[in-house]
Design a protein around this ligand. Structure first.
Ligand SMILES: C[S@@+](CC[C@H](N)C(=O)[O-])C[C@H]1O[C@@H](n2cnc3c(N)ncnc32)[C@H](O)[C@@H]1O
Length: 225
């Protein structure tokens, strides 16, 4: 079990290797083929860092998750729920994760794999550029997680934060340099995106390179001041 800052992330030794896992909120249901492990009557889902950038960031030293049991999280680019389902595990029945996904086909998979088994996941099939159309979100959230792999994704994340993130809340932003500009050096792109955040009222606390799990990707952790 982790300390308070990574509460809800469990470390298990499986076949002699340390793995991270969350307690399954939907017993016996897998989301992406992950292994289920039962220890002392508790069912865990192994969290694969090659499939989830948040898992990769935790293994690479993310200092805080910024959410915990009962928190409210806005997730941009939920896809079929690989990472969102682990966040849902940690938030538990008292928390809520609002899952924005632009593709109706992908969102159908999200429903099948996750939403129908997890009461704390609210799907929003919408373009994250049009946050004025998220009718199911009321009030503020404590964390915005953004992984939409679009050239303008930092701007999209910022505008969602200005609308929904409470002051002092956190942004977790996955940045893939090749989605922004294939011709520029990744380090230059990461600096530029960091500057955009700083110019918009964020304090960037940590930038984590996700190698060897994801090439030319970082996860930025920033606080909205
Ligand atoms: C890299 S995948 C996300 C993977 C996911 N975060 C995970 O770890 O399980 C990016 C997702 O963002 C979605 N997406 C792309 N542009 C979007 C937009 N403008 N609004 C909402 N979702 C978008 C894509 O359809 C895709 O499912």
């Amino acid at each position: 079990m982790e300390g308070d800052r990574l509460k809800g992330v469990h470390r298990l030794t499986i076949d002699g290797e340390e793995r991270i896992a969350t307690v399954n909120l939907a017993p016996e249901v897998k989301v992406y083929g992950e292994r289920l492990i039962v220890e002392e009557g508790i069912e865990y889902r192994l969290w694969d860092p090659f499939r989830s950038k948040l898992a990769a960031a935790i293994i690479k030293g993310l200092k805080t998750l910024s959410f915990k049991e009962g928190s409210r999280v806005l997730y941009l680019g939920a896809s079929t729920g690989t990472t969102a389902s682990h966040i849902s595990d940690i938030l538990g029945v008292r928390g809520t994760i609002f899952c924005v996904e632009i593709s109706p086909r992908v969102a159908r998979e999200l429903m099948e794999r996750c939403v129908k088994h997890r009461k704390n996941m609210i799907p929003i099939i919408e373009d994250a550029r049009k946050h004025e159309n998220y009718y199911s979100i009321f009030g503020h959230v404590g964390v915005v997680y953004c992984d939409i792999a679009q050239p303008d994704q930092t701007d999209i994340a910022i505008s969602n934060c200005k609308h929904f993130l409470k002051k002092g809340g956190s942004l977790l932003l996955a940045v893939k340099s090749r989605s922004i500009d294939v011709t520029k050096k990744p380090s230059k792109i990461f600096k530029e995106e960091e500057k955009k955040l700083e110019g918009s009222g964020f304090k960037v606390e940590q930038i984590i390179a996700l190698e060897p799990f994801d090439k030319d990707h970082v996860l930025m952790y920033a606080v909205f001041t």
